[in-house]
Design a protein around this ligand. Structure first.
Ligand SMILES: Nc1nc2c(ncn2[C@@H]2O[C@H](COP(=O)(O)OP(=O)(O)OP(=O)(O)O)[C@@H](O)[C@H]2O)c(=O)[nH]1
Ligand SMILES: [Mg+2]
Length: 510
């Protein structure tokens, strides 16, 4: 295990490789691409995709990408959606707090602020309102909406972000009161994903999610005429006579274009998925167990992968820094090989459009032999994050996969809180990816949790089959090995597939 900190090397490496060169390298090794953009990084145990340069470049590109185009502009061409960003500059946050404690409400708004900042916004103010349920017309109550409008005016905010998913009607009616753009949490998360998507598959997935979010909201956002004309709750029946005709036609056209585009994206994704499945199958035939690192966004999953393998994966104090799965090879201290993959972070109420669009990526988690569930121990309420992650596991049918809960950031955690977690989850491993504390214990726990190499074999392998002996070294655990006149006598624990390949050389007296 390499415990070196990679950040220093990543920085110097960046100047060494130009971006075009870098993309060319990736395309050459992984050339499945249906969109013309570089095909990248799926199943990337390929060294070209594991370069530390990549993370650094992503970061620079990402910062350059921020603040592009307003989402409230009229949709003139569906391809615009691809480049559509919420231009969030100065924002006021608002949440409706229906149950739980004040602290829960505050945590939720703090998270919304972190999301907004990740999207590139400056947060000016955050407000919550206690209500039994959100107001069906304006999300917050009438009085609060008026108050919000004053705050927007006083602070010079240009956007209000609501901590939930609003109906198109709610968005519109609240906009009418506050007179600036109103977006919801779902749109915000979609925007972050859009900014962070790097691979062609990730981009296609995000775009599909954005379009499916946009489709029912076209009336609200896509067309200013129907926006003026629309009645309560977004019902079309209230449209004014002279206004309705052209608006309707425009919406129909947009809707059809969006549907066409979505169909095209689904086809492309199906293609990319096949390519990735092939890679995964290759990994499978090598019969190496797979470990998926999963957990709440910003928990330190990428940091831990770096700590465990020295992989140089992008680490950032931002939400959803990682969108593309990264796969690395690793070995247990007793020499068993396994793969370790970093995955997209989860968040409370992950927009269902995203879960749908990222389903194939998330299925890798469900398909793994072990989940390392990384928890941010320095968060004020890690248990709510654990619950949110478990909800996603249920959603992607990953609940049967054994789970090892890893509490990370113990260097920054509150000791009392750690104690509570320990009583709740007795088998947790506590680590700090930053200081390296607990990492040795984690490696041991991981090795213990990996599926056993079930097959004990005594075999005499002829020298002509050196490839099989090499395989035993790679995938198995050797107890004894001896070079005899007839070949290599070997006693080892091996995975199932290898056991069957060794069958003809197995000594009958084993
Ligand atoms: N104090 C402390 N900070 C840590 C530790 N591990 C990670 N961090 C910080 O937490 C932030 C998030 O780390 P990442 O590794 O990017 O987290 P992630 O879970 O991969 O995040 P996403 O990919 O965005 O979902 C970074 O600022 C890290 O430096 C730790 O052990 N202690
Ligand atoms: Mg990450």
């Amino acid at each position: 295990m390499n415990t070196a900190d990679n950040h220093g090397t990543a920085r110097t490496g960046r100047e060494a490789v130009g971006e075009d060169e870098f993309r060319a390298a990736i395309t050459a090794t992984d050339g499945i691409d249906t969109t013309g953009a570089p095909a990248v990084e799926h199943g990337g145990d390929d060294p070209a995709t594991t370069s530390p340069d990549r993370g650094e470049m992503e970061l620079a590109e990402r910062h350059a990408l921020r603040r592009v185009q307003g989402l409230s502009t009229e949709l003139t061409d569906v391809t615009e959606v691809e480049y559509r960003k919420l231009r969030l500059e100065r924002v006021v946050l608002i949440g409706v707090w229906t149950n739980g404690t004040q602290a829960d409400a505050d945590n939720s708004l703090t998270e919304l602020a972190a999301l907004a900042e990740t999207a590139g916004a400056l947060v000016l103010e955050g407000l919550t309102q206690r209500r039994s349920k959100p107001d069906p017309a304006t999300y917050v109550g009438k009085g609060k909406a008026a108050e919000l409008s004053e705050i927007v005016m006083a602070t010079g905010a240009d956007t209000v972000i609501c901590d939930g998913e609003l109906t198109p009607g709610q968005l519109r009616q609240l906009e009418d009161v506050v007179k600036v753009k109103v977006v919801d949490r779902t749109a915000l998360i979609l925007d972050i994903f859009a900014q962070h998507a790097r691979s062609s598959e990730g981009k296609a997935q995000v775009e599909l999610a954005q379009l499916s979010y946009l489709l029912p909201r076209l009336r609200g956002w896509g067309d200013s005429l129907s926006r003026q004309a629309g009645g309560a709750g977004g019902g079309g029946a209230g449209g004014g006579v002279g206004l309705r005709g052209p608006g309707e036609t425009k919406i129909e056209t947009d809707r059809r274009r969006i549907n066409d585009k979505m169909a095209k994206l689904r086809r492309q994704l199906a293609h990319m998925r096949t390519a990735r499945d092939v890679k995964r199958d290759v990994r499978r035939t090598r019969d190496v167990p797979s470990v998926a690192i999963a957990g709440y966004t910003n928990a330190g999953k990428s940091s831990l992968l770096n700590r465990l393998t020295g992989a140089g994966v992008l680490v950032e104090n931002a939400l959803f820094a990682t969108l593309d799965p990264t796969v690395r090879q690793a070995r247990t201290p007793d020499g068993r090989a396994f793969t370790l993959s970093d995955t997209v972070g989860f968040v409370r109420h992950l927009p269902h459009q995203l879960v749908e669009a990222f389903r194939s990526t998330l299925e890798e988690v469900a398909d793994s032999d072990l989940i390392l569930h990384v928890v941010d121990g320095s968060h004020p309420d890690p248990e709510s994050q654990i619950r949110a992650v478990h909800e996603v596991f249920a959603d992607i049918e990953a609940t049967d996969v054994p789970e090892l809960v890893v509490v990370n950031k113990v260097d920054a955690a509150d000791p009392d809180l750690l104690k509570t977690l320990r009583t709740r989850y007795p088998d947790v491993v506590e680590v700090s990816a930053r200081t390296g504390e607990g990492v040795a214990e984690l490696v041991a726990a991981l090795a213990g949790a990996l599926p056993e190499l079930a097959h004990e074999v005594h075999a005499l392998v002829p020298y002509s089959r050196g490839d099989l002996v090499a395989k035993v070294h790679e995938e198995g655990r050797i107890l004894s090995e001896e070079h005899t006149g007839d070949g290599t006598a070997i006693h080892a624990f091996v995975p199932e597939l290898l056991a069957s390949r060794l069958e003809e050389y197995v000594l009958s007296t084993a």
